[in-house]
Write a protein that binds this ligand. Structure first.
Ligand code: 5AD
Ligand code: SF4
Length: 444
């Protein structure tokens, strides 16, 4: 989501006549887009700002994103060389703020959260030529006890389905083949226009956009995750068979204290829907270890859940105290050493699960979209619908020549020597499996 925010900011500034430089050293204006989901990310921002200042006097500095929203004007005290502080709900006003800076104003802020519109800009400068992000909903109305997001990104605002689809068609026209729908909680998407579509309906419509060959979405909250989403995926192969469904903990007691609004059983019901689907749906998750009051027994339940679900991948985090959040008031904070220990156990268990699950795929043929070429290994870098990395060799194309691109050519049998396969798709037979990726060869 942050990466896409940066794309929107860059596009907006380019449209105002700014130019982007390759390295921060070359810039007159340096904008830091920041994350405050965990304390470590936040500390990094101040460290970098300090580091960078030493060699770069005379530049104008701005801090964007969640740390900006959370710390507000305190940033000017901690880092006096910063002149602009703006949270994501204010990005539409960035051009105005920059005009204020240019006219000599030393301290400019954009911290209001009362923006009833999702930030939308036609100028987004996208980093990836084949895959594009589309924000469908901003902010979050949940109040998970550990999470700072509702404070930094404000309340939920959905975009109209018409505006989302217009952007998708435009992207297809520009040659994008894959779209990733974004929101803190895409499942609570609700079309503000009279059509009143829910997320499953929007997903179905996205799967029908001409030219778009893959649609992904992230992130889902289990409470709002309905069976219609699985039905939509089952009905249309354009909708990728991957669902990221953060569970956070396998203990209903901890889930209640986290204010996650579901029990372990309710979560498992959603997992069962996916396991019973016609398509083979890959399931990934987020886990927090060491939430205040998490006992050894609670933790064991998380480990048992990992065995039961057998996730294809997971992001594991040590609980981190965040300002304003309800969990700060819970007693029994867990020691750092214990959190480190629990996280290591989660990761070790998950690694074994992934080795097993990935090796089950050896011998299968997967449709793989090419993202680039790895000169060091001599493999094309690919991704399956399930969001697995599948790197492969191609019998006729040993690597791209500079500037060579392919578009819509008749790939089978064509003379492909030196072609760049990025943006094309191939059937790839999996020949090897590791914990985090697969390797294979194109089936021609
Ligand atoms: N501490 C640790 N992990 C957190 N996450 C969110 N807030 C915290 C926190 N305070 C994790 C959750 C969420 C992911 C994006 O980040 O697992 O799903
Ligand atoms: Fe944070 Fe919970 Fe909202 Fe996700 S659903 S952004 S974890 S408050």
């Amino acid at each position: 989501m942050n990466a896409h925010d940066s794309e929107k900011v860059i596009g907006t500034l380019l449209s105002q006549g700014y130019t982007q430089v390759a390295k921060p050293d070359e810039a007159d204006l340096v904008l830091y887009n920041t994350c405050s989901i965990r304390d470590k990310a936040e500390q990094k921002v101040f460290h970098r700002l300090q580091e960078f200042k030493r060699h770069n006097r005379g530049k104008v500095f701005g801090v964007l994103g969640c740390v900006a929203q959370q710390e507000g004007e305190r940033i000017f005290e901690r880092a006096p060389h910063v002149s602009l502080v703006a949270g994501s709900a204010s990005y539409a006003k960035l051009p105005e703020m920059l005009v204020q800076l240019e006219s000599g104003n030393r301290r400019v802020t954009g911290l209001s959260l009362d923006n009833d519109q999702a930030f939308e800009t036609p100028f987004t400068r996208r980093d990836n030529p084949h895959r594009a992000y589309i924000t469908i909903i901003e902010g979050c109305d949940k109040s998970c006890a550990y999470c700072v997001v509702p404070f930094t990104r404000g309340p939920e605002r959905s975009r109209t389905s018409e505006s989302v689809l217009r952007e998708a068609r435009e992207l297809a026209r520009m040659g994008y083949i894959e779209i990733q729908l974004l929101g803190q909680n895409v499942n609570s998407y609700r079309d503000p226009s009279p059509a009143g579509w829910d997320f499953a309906r929007l997903l179905r419509a996205m799967g029908e956009v001409d030219g778009i060959r893959r649609v992904r979405f992230t992130t889902s909250h289990p409470r709002d995750f309905v069976k219609e989403i699985i039905d939509a995926i089952d009905d249309n192969p354009v909708l990728c068979n991957h669902v990221h469904l953060p569970v956070q903990s396998g203990s209903s007691r901890v889930l209640a204290r986290m204010q996650r609004l579901y029990t372990r059983d309710e979560y498992m019901r959603r997992i069962d829907w996916m396991k019973q689907a016609r398509r083979n749906i890959s399931i990934t998750t987020d886990i927090i270890v060491g939430f205040p009051g998490e006992t050894e027994e609670d933790f064991e339940q998380t480990l048992a859940l990992l065995d039961e679900v057998e996730y294809d991948s997971l992001f594991g985090f040590k609980y981190s105290r965040r300002p304003n959040t309800a969990a700060l008031d819970i007693a029994d904070h867990i020691s750092e050493e214990e959190k480190i220990r629990r996280l290591a156990i989660v990761q070790e268990k998950q690694r074994a699960i992934q080795i097993r699950r990935n090796s089950d795929l050896v011998g299968t043929v997967e449709e793989t979209f090419v993202e680039g070429y790895n000169h060091a290994t001599g493999q094309w870098i690919g991704r399956t619908s399930q969001n697995r990395t599948l790197n492969f060799v191609h019998p006729h194309v040993a690597g791209p020549r500079d500037g060579a691109t392919l578009s819509g050519a008749n790939l089978a049998g064509a003379n492909l020597a030196g072609a760049n396969l990025a943006g094309t798709s191939w059937s790839v037979r999996v020949t090897r499996a590791g914990p985090n990726s697969l390797a294979g060869e194109a089936v021609i």
